[in-house]
Design a protein around this ligand. Sequence first.
Ligand SMILES: [Zn+2]
Length: 116
Amino acid sequence: MKTYTCPICGYDGLDELPYEKDTYAPSYEICSCCRFEYGYSEDHDVDLGYIVTPDEMKEAAFQLYRKQWIEDGAVVGHPESYPKEFQGNGKVKRDILIKQLKRLKLPLDNFTFLEE
Ligand SMILES: [Zn+2]
């Protein structure tokens, strides 16, 4: 079965494409890793000053959510649906997290959590 990558945490086990390519229509799936709900979290779980986050600001919403999630310790959203071997103490293992973020081609020096 084809799987898709979460644009927030880089986990590649999503069942559906988070956002349609042309319309940005969200799947409303919840990432079992970072717990972002595509189509909901960008409006409700981050505060960019919008009631409905415009499409062109979605990337900023992702960044903010990602930063908060990592700073809170990268807690696994749904441990029962996320691979056991990727978790330790309910959090995403550091090497797995780095791998996921690299998949998104993010500059890792932005994440102080990873520097220890
Ligand atoms: Zn995710």
